[in-house]
Design a protein around this ligand. Sequence first.
Ligand SMILES: Cc1cc2nc3c(=O)[nH]c(=O)nc-3n(C[C@H](O)[C@H](O)[C@H](O)COP(=O)(O)OP(=O)(O)OC[C@H]3O[C@@H](n4cnc5c(N)ncnc54)[C@H](O)[C@@H]3O)c2cc1C
Length: 318
Amino acid sequence: MSNDRVMIVGAGVGGLTAAVALKRAGREIAVFERAPQLLELGAGFAIQSNAVTALRQIGLGEEFGHELTELDQDDSGVTVRFANGAEERGAMLIGADGSNSTVRTRFDETRRRYSGYTTWLALSNLASPEPDTHTQWYGEHSIFGAHAVGGGKTYWYASKTAPEGEHEEDTKRNLLALFGDWHEVVPAFIEATDQIPRSDIYDLDRRDAWGSGRVTLVGDAAHPMVPALGQGACQAIEDGVVLARCVSADGDPVSALRTYEAKRIARTAPIVKRARAQGKLMQGDNTVMRLARDLSFRLAPTGQVLKSFQKVLTYPDA
Ligand SMILES: Cc1cc2nc3c(=O)[nH]c(=O)nc-3n(C[C@H](O)[C@H](O)[C@H](O)COP(=O)(O)OP(=O)(O)OC[C@H]3O[C@@H](n4cnc5c(N)ncnc54)[C@H](O)[C@@H]3O)c2cc1C
């Protein structure tokens, strides 16, 4: 195995985009994922078996059941160790291990900030009555959103203001108690859902570096953000593309990774901040917030709203 390869830890959308982009740039890649199988991945996006098979066809080697626990680096490379006892070495390490990243904590003590709300995200076996539509309903301390995805299914999510780490015995019953008297399709979507994973939502303030030496981060590991703008995975994808471009343009891995970080910190920090403000407003935790939120829906001119999103929705390195 060549020591010139790039090691990527985490096979979510961030890690896999970086892997594809670096592979296309001619680098040898190894992806290490802690999940023993395919369906447990990611909070908002899951990479399932069909995508993994497709990725294998373009030569991405992934190792499942590899949970990174330790890393060391020196002038010529990075050595990583896994909970299963394996040890690997490569020229660079990309931490794509999500919001609670182990790679990040090895050189950055900044702790994630709990947003004050928790979310559920699931796929209902009920078709949306309005195809090609995304709908959101807003209440006190809570939001429900549904997105028609075809094939008789609807992707939906819900959020609720809650203490961090709150335990629930019966998720479906809990959600039906919370949303049972909302628009009739809301409890119907919940009823027709088999699995409803829950995630507390965190973000992280801007830092001036994401890594050191031959190590960096992509995706939620680098810039966890609340989902209010729907940008977490979008920014993870941009990260992977810019990372590959920087690594291709600069033969020195250390300066290539710092160039990548400078570009991506400037891009993502304002989005994290804006998502935080938007999430707080939309959550509707007090009367003033609810009034401001509801008025903004009624009065803000559509053109102005779209214009305010132009920068977020424009890929800066196109
Ligand atoms: C309710 C909700 C709605 C959302 N909606 C949107 C949306 O509409 N649009 C959008 O762009 N984004 C959205 N997001 C955000 C999006 O889901 C995330 O930003 C994205 O999934 C992050 O991808 P990632 O690859 O960085 O991290 P993850 O998907 O978290 O993947 C990290 C991977 O690393 C693995 N891992 C972790 N630790 C280790 C370790 N020590 N060793 C090995 N492997 C490890 C994990 O098992 C996991 O597979 C939403 C999120 C939520 C919660």
